[in-house]
Design a protein around this ligand. Structure first.
Ligand SMILES: [Zn+2]
Length: 112
């Protein structure tokens, strides 16, 4: 993979990372929790559900965030676009679709 392509993927990965950080960084429900506790009990129930959903989202984002950061590291240190499982090249089409992936489509399908 040439430098220009690597740079393109790095920018895409950084943009995705920033989008996640910005989205999770807001975390409105944690900051508003103190206030909602003083609200009436009918509201409280729906707030608890929303917190649960947000937590689930946060866990997914954290996993994705780690994968994105690892991919950015591979771009900087070399090894980006190389399958972590078989050592083969990951196709550009696959990297365009999932730039933070660390395995080629064949290995992904084998493990699925
Ligand atoms: Zn592979």
């Amino acid at each position: 993979m040439n430098k220009r392509e690597l740079k393109k993927f790095k920018i895409a990965l950084e943009e995705k990372r920033d989008a996640i950080v910005n989205a999770t960084g807001k975390k409105p429900h944690w900051e508003n929790m103190a206030d909602t506790r003083h609200g009436d009990f009918v509201d409280q129930a729906s707030d608890d559900n929303e917190i649960h959903v947000n937590l689930k989202l946060l866990q997914t984002d954290a996993k994705l965030l780690r994968a994105i950061e690892a991919a950015i590291e591979r771009i900087e240190n070399g090894g980006y676009g190389v399958c972590a499982s078989c050592g083969g090249e990951i196709s550009l089409a696959r990297l365009n679709a999932v730039p933070w992936t660390s395995v080629c489509i064949a290995c992904k399908e084998k493990s699925a």
